[in-house]
Design a protein around this ligand. Structure first.
Ligand SMILES: [Ca+2]
Length: 126
């Protein structure tokens, strides 16, 4: 009987731990919008977007699919980190340009905490 109760307490503890971790993962990410001017070459095929957490690189390509419009949304980034971006243009023959100028942005936490609950007020004497 005592063993069963311990099991239930453990289960409740694990459930709360899972909720806490899920909340942290959900609230601790943000997105950065990357935008640039259209290239004018008629044989332009797509763009590649590169990112680094270090100014000046080295950069890692972040787009999995070819980027066709001249903008990109980089989502699921951890908070409180500055990211440095460069973009390249690729033509139909597969020739890739050099890097664009670098631009950077910092993901900031814009999600406020939940309002406090369980509020109780009592008159204490008069
Ligand atoms: Ca654009």
């Amino acid at each position: 009987m005592k063993r069963k109760r311990l099991g239930i307490i453990l289960l409740i503890f694990i459930a709360f731990a899972v909720i806490l971790v899920a909340t942290l993962v959900w609230s601790a990410t943000g997105s950065i919008s990357v935008n640039w001017t259209d290239n004018t070459e008629p044989d332009l095929d797509h763009y590649n977007v590169y990112r680094s957490t270090v100014q000046g690189g080295p950069y890692v390509q972040v787009n999995v699919d070819n980027v066709s419009p001249s903008d990109f949304l980089d989502a699921g980034l951890p908070d409180s980190t500055t990211y440095y971006y460069v973009v390249t243009a690729v033509d139909l023959a597969g020739n890739e340009s050099g890097y664009s100028d670098e631009a950077f942005a910092t993901v900031t936490d814009l999600t406020p905490p939940a309002p406090p609950i369980g509020l109780i007020v009592n008159m204490i004497g008069n």
